[in-house]
Structures are given as C-alpha cells and as structure tokens.
Design a protein around this ligand. Structure first.
Ligand code: CA
Length: 228
C-alpha cells in the first residue's frame, strides 16, 4: 500500500516510517500541512496518517480540503489531544479513525491493518485472490495454494500493485512510486530486477507477468472462474 504520513515530529515520523516500510508499505512523509495538501492533490495514496497539530495548515484543514476534493482515501488522525471536541471534529470532517499520542507502534500497525481491511473488504476479507495465489493485504503475505511464499518486502509490494490493477497495464514509474518514498533515489532498472525475480518465484503458480512493450507490465485477469 502507498501511505502518506503527515507528521512534523521527525523522531516519530522516522519510527513510523521504519515500522510501515518493514511491512512492505511504501511511505511518503510530509512535514507540514501545505506539503501534505499538495501531495494529496497530486498523488494517489491508499491511506493517510494525519497529525492534527501541524505548521502552516493544521490536520483538520488538510482533511477538510481532501474531502472537499471528494477523495475517499482512508484517513487515520494522530492527535495529542483526546478532548472530545477534537475527536468529533476529525470524525465530522471525514476521518476514519484516530489514535491519541503517545501510541505504541504495534497499535498503529493494527489500526493500519484494520483500515486497509475495511477499505478493501467486499466480503469482510482483505484477501486478493488470483488463481492459485492469495494475497493477504492486511497480513502482508502472499500464498500459493495456501502455502506462504518467500518474497522480499519489495517483491511483495510489486506483486500487490500488479494484482490490485489486474487486467490493466502498470507502468515502471507507477511501480517506482509504489516502492519508494520521496527520499529514495531509485531507477526504473530496479523494477526490471524485481519483475525478473517475481517471475521466477511465480513460475509454478501459473500466474504470468506480461511485459507490454514501451508501457509496463500486466497480470491478466484469470480466464475461468476457478482456473489458473
Ligand atoms: Ca504535530
């Protein structure tokens, strides 16, 4: 999942980024409300972790503008103040959940999993099934015939993106964006390496990653309902 973290406390931001990156999420960090507003207006995120107390524009205003643009991206508010009015304000503005500082990283990760699950649940599950593959998006694991596969975090992020956009071409740039936060220097050559490794690991699964020349990569929709 691609996550935007909006937090001006750098120590906290770094700890949160580390934890989420370890779960194969790609995290961008904005340090003030204006930067967050710009990022949210131009980039596509799967989840936003939004601090309330921010320089320039506060978290409530960022959220108000986000919802005014009709974005439905899930938002988890981070607040130091558990005063009821603050929480009500956030929820009224369209926040999906909130967490009061200080919080444990494990608590944050549990909330993130729950929001991802909620956002993707059609039948109360955050599993993405493709032929013999099953991706547990909340639990961050890929299964082949119910056996967990041995994938690196980056590989998991790439296959997740391809499966989420099943039947559509995903460009190298989209994969790079999904893999790296703003801080990372990356090249699209790296994408080829991940695709190569994934193809090897998926060899026995019957799932093919197709190269679409000059455009990107594609996983076709499974042809039969239960086929591979
Ligand atoms: Ca703050």
């Amino acid at each position: 999942m691609r996550i935007l973290l909006v937090e001006d406390d750098m120590m906290l931001a770094e700890a949160v980024m580390r934890a989420l990156t370890q779960s194969a999420h790609s995290v961008d960090c904005a340090r003030d409300g204006a930067e967050a507003d710009r990022a949210l207006a131009t980039e596509k995120y799967d989840l936003v972790l939004l601090d309330v107390g921010l320089p320039q524009i506060d978290g409530f205003e960022v959220l108000r503008r986000l919802r005014a643009r009709r974005s439905t991206v899930p938002v988890l508010m981070l607040t130091v103040n558990d005063a009821l009015e603050d929480l009500v304000t956030g929820l009224d503005l369209g926040a999906d959940d909130y967490l009061t500082k200080p919080f444990r990283l494990s608590e944050l990760e549990a909330r993130v999993r729950a929001l991802i699950r909620r956002a993707h649940s059609s039948a109360g599950s955050s599993d993405l099934v493709h032929g013999r593959l099953r991706l547990d998006m909340a639990g961050r694991r890929l299964y082949l015939d119910d056996q967990p596969m041995d994938l690196s975090l980056r590989e998991l992020a790439v296959i997740e993106l391809l499966l989420l956009r099943e039947g559509k071409v995903v460009t190298k740039q989209q994969i790079v964006d999904h893999l790296y936060g703003w801080e990372d220097v990356s090249s699209s050559n790296v994408v080829e390496v991940f695709i190569h490794r994934l193809r090897k690991k998926l060899e026995s699964s019957g799932v093919t990653i197709t190269t679409v020349r000059g455009m990107g990569y594609l996983i076709e929709k499974p042809s039969g309902s239960g086929g591979d």
